[in-house]
Write a protein that binds this ligand. Structure first.
Ligand SMILES: Nc1nc2c(ncn2[C@@H]2O[C@H](COP(=O)(O)OP(=O)(O)OP(=O)(O)O)[C@@H](O)[C@H]2O)c(=O)[nH]1
Ligand SMILES: [Mg+2]
Length: 293
């Protein structure tokens, strides 16, 4: 019988490449926040896949960007730490991107682990010829990386990807007990569900100024009571979050609650409070309080 395999498989790439969507597809679970906007992911988030013959600890990471404020610096520090301890690196491209856009990642990150270069969103290319052509371009540009077209949305290429990962995974005993699906507490995922819905409901500015902090999580006999603060930088942002007569925050509450109920598999009573903390994204104390180490 073959030995048990275990290791850290970390996802990297530019914003919006579909890293979080792929992690959910690999785990078969809506674990992490996904949205059409860039920078949806702010933390390194771990999801654990347990099988009789292997344990894979996947890390989702924020999209690689030029840091503009302290929150960004922390986001990029979490990417760096994920690069350092990867056993296998999954580098994601949106297949419609040009290979040249990845030269800076190759030159600045110097990934030591074996790289699987995933050309995601392959469903966007309509003909098999177009797909082959793109694959050939990427392969000739980055011959050191194993390239594979996939679609995190449709699941195309995921079985092949699992095969490639397992071939590269080291033999090792499991790192976590096999009933864990993440190293993060439920509270964290609950706060991310509110943040995800903020990305979906509001325009271009609000999501980047908002943080969510769960203040209470109480399991009662028939339901779970959750109270969360939404932190924004300005009074005007608070007005937008609330909406006319509170219409928007009501919608946010309903959508977030539905996500939580599906995730926790029980009824949830959710209360949201909006608070203004000027310049929180550049304030070390606030950043730490909101979970950005
Ligand atoms: N057509 C198509 N869209 C996809 C695919 N994978 C992800 N998307 C979409 O791409 C957008 C970004 O997906 P995310 O998973 O949030 O991307 P990300 O790389 O985690 O982005 P950041 O966290 O902001 O760095 C979402 O609207 C997804 O629905 C895919 O395979 N095909
Ligand atoms: Mg993401």
């Amino acid at each position: 019988m073959s030995q048990f395999k275990a290791g850290f498989v970390n996802l990297f790439g530019p914003p919006n490449a579909g890293k979080s969507t792929l992690l959910n597809a690999l785990l078969g679970e809506q674990l992490v926040a996904v949205s059409p906007k860039v920078q949806t992911t702010r933390h390194r988030i771990v999801g654990i896949l347990n099988e009789p013959q292997y344990q894979i600890i996947f890390s989702d990471t924020p999209g690689i960007i030029e840091p503009k404020y302290k929150l960004h610096q922390k986001m990029m520090a979490s990417v760096k730490s994920a690069i350092e301890d990867a056993d296998v690196a999954l580098l994601l491209a949106d297949i419609t991107q040009e290979p040249a856009e990845f030269e800076f990642i190759r030159d600045t990150l110097r990934i030591k682990a074996p790289v699987i270069f995933l050309l995601n969103k392959a469903d966007l290319l309509k003909s098999p010829e177009a797909l082959q052509q793109k694959l050939a371009q990427y392969e000739s540009h980055f011959p050191q990386w194993k390239a594979l077209p996939v679609s995190a949305s449709t699941g195309a290429g995921i079985p092949e990807l699992m095969q490639l990962i397992l071939e590269r995974l080291p033999e090792a005993p499991p790192y976590y007990p096999d009933d864990n699906i993440s190293d993060r507490p439920v509270r964290f995922f609950v706060s991310e569900m509110v943040r995800e819905q903020i990305f979906h409901l509001y325009g271009d500015e609000i999501p980047y100024h908002a943080a969510v902090l769960v203040q209470a999580f109480e399991e009662k006999t028939t339901l779970t009571v959750i109270k969360a603060d939404i932190i924004v930088s300005r009074e005007t942002q608070k007005m937008i979050l609330l909406g006319k007569g509170g219409a928007m925050i009501k919608k946010l509450g309903i959508q977030s609650r539905e996500k939580m109920e599906a995730f926790l598999d029980r009824k949830v009573h959710l209360e949201l409070f909006v608070k203004v903390r000027p310049k929180w994204r550049d304030n070390e104390t606030y950043l730490r309080e909101y979970g950005y180490q």
